[in-house]
Design a protein around this ligand. Sequence first.
Ligand code: TYM
Length: 338
Amino acid sequence: MTHKPLVLSGMQPTNTLHLGNYLGALKNWVKLQNEMPCLFCVVDMHAITTDAGYGKPEELAQATREVTAAYIAGGVDAHRTPIFNQGQVPEHGELAWVLNCVARLGWMDRMTQFKEKSGKHKERASVGLYTYPVLMAADILVYKATHVPVGEDQKQHLELARDIAQKFNNDFGVPDFFPQPEPVITGTATRVMSLRDGTKKMSKSDESDLSRINLTDDADSIVGKIRRAKTDPNPLPDSKEGLAGRPEAENLLNIYAALADQERDAVIAQFAGQQFSGFKHALADLTVAKLEPMAKEMRRLLADPGEIDRILKSGARKARDIATPVMDEVKKRVGFIA
Ligand code: TYM
């Protein structure tokens, strides 16, 4: 049996979204929206796995609205595509429990993001942080989603989701029950790096705000952050081979190419031999031109939180229409009396 194409993806409402979230994920969601049906969730249940979202109810709710506003301002059409928060669709948590029993400890122990996020004091991390990738698998499989557009950092979690799907299908004797969800990792900026260190991922949790461009930054801060972005002393190279060992140059060129919707080789050719100062000017202008309208639209949407809550509620209703029959079938297969 082949499964009907369906896209699902999500972002955590912790801190504000940044350029990596936009170029690595959101921008591709908007493209996919014209190719197949999509569902986009704000993963508030994931957000409480760490202190960034745990024990901060008002901040979490506000961040959930902000991420919703960013989806819409970035181009997701809420009329066509359900946008909802995970916490309003109980089937995510229900399936996650069953999948917790499918996943093996050995699989979970290999998850590199848990190691990074739990740091030196693993014993102090929440159990939720450990099983986080299982909830992510449930987010996808509860809709039998076939395509998952994400940045490169989520690849391992997607592989786990595929393993879980396959094991469930085998263990319960239903070969095609869950699809094997495909990661969709496309574009020139699948891994946007920190502006302060080209070997580190741009991240919401980096202490330095100078390391990232937030979607809500104003023009002055964008220009300032790009001006201060780390570079090396050499002029820009004239070929991609010239980027070897120059992670900052590579990152800035990738960002430019992704924002301008150009091939990276074309951008390299355009700036070949130039100093960083001139290139940074061009990059700052481009970034402001792309992000400023989005930030403005986010502000407009956030001025009416009631409307955002209505969008989430209506999205959750549509999402549940898909999730409920899948979950009913899971319960039957597992042997839960209905
Ligand atoms: P999160 O909230 O960390 O990130 C949201 C999306 O942004 C991408 N991303 C990046 N892409 C390129 N460069 C970067 N520096 C960068 N930083 C983040 C991420 O890859 C992601 O696509 N576990 C997920 C959320 C999630 C999810 C899901 C995703 C929960 N359930 C189901 C897909 C399907 C996460 O923490 O993403």
